[in-house]
Design a protein around this ligand. Structure first.
Ligand SMILES: O=C(O)CCC(=O)C(=O)O
Length: 196
């Protein structure tokens, strides 16, 4: 098992940063240790099991939004300084949290997640660097069907430029918060993340 010190400084080499800036995606191995990942997985499974006040319900996967507000273990993951500092180094600008998600694709689910970009779904202006799971929100991406016997569990933490403004477009995360169109997303749901 890989044990990683969660307080160790995060230093990304130039190659990693330029790969991200060129390709819009990068894999950073072992940023979370295997023992920690097992703890986070258990917490994600538990969120799925007690999903009463989340929304879900596509044939492709069950989606649970803002899990950091519901579960202390997943909050640790979404706001983990290793992730936020790595994301900041990749983006090169200060970031804030947009939201997080747990996605659970049930076993023997023949539906693929078709190619899409994330950014067009969001009510954001002026965000060039939004990152989810270390891919840029403008990167076209997809996921294969889950043909295994086990649920496939993904945790996605999404960070956006701290200066991103609100466009007023409908979105489940921002609807009803009273945000001002054209202003930054200053709200406790979108905290600035640790960058140093
Ligand atoms: O896991 C999936 O099926 C899709 C994940 C995805 O599209 C994303 O993380 O942006």
């Amino acid at each position: 098992m890989t044990t990683i010190d969660p307080t160790a400084p995060v230093v990304l080499d130039e190659e990693t940063v330029s790969a991200y800036r060129c390709d819009g995606v990068v894999r950073i191995r072992n940023i979370i240790g295997a023992d920690e990942a097992a703890r986070f997985r258990d917490a994600a499974v538990a969120v799925g099991a007690r999903a009463a006040d989340n929304f879900d319900g596509s044939a492709i996967f069950n989606q649970y939004v803002n899990v950091w507000r519901q579960d202390a273990v997943l909050r640790d993951l979404t706001l983990d300084q290793r992730l936020t500092k790595a994301a900041t180094a990749l983006a090169g600008v200060p970031l804030r949290l947009w939201h997080d998600q747990v996605l659970i694709k049930p076993p023997h689910n023949g539906a693929a997640t078709e190619f899409h970009q994330d950014a067009p779904y969001w009510p954001h202006g002026g965000s060039r660097h939004a990152l989810s799971a270390f891919h840029n929100a403008y990167l076209a991406h997809s996921a294969t069907p889950n043909l295994t016997d086990d649920p496939r569990i993904a945790h996605v933490a999404i960070y956006i430029d701290a200066g991103t403004t609100y466009t007023g477009a409908p979105h489940v995360v921002t609807d009803g918060l009273g945000l001002t169109v054209g202003e930054p997303l200053e709200h406790e749901l979108f905290p600035r993340v640790l960058t140093l």
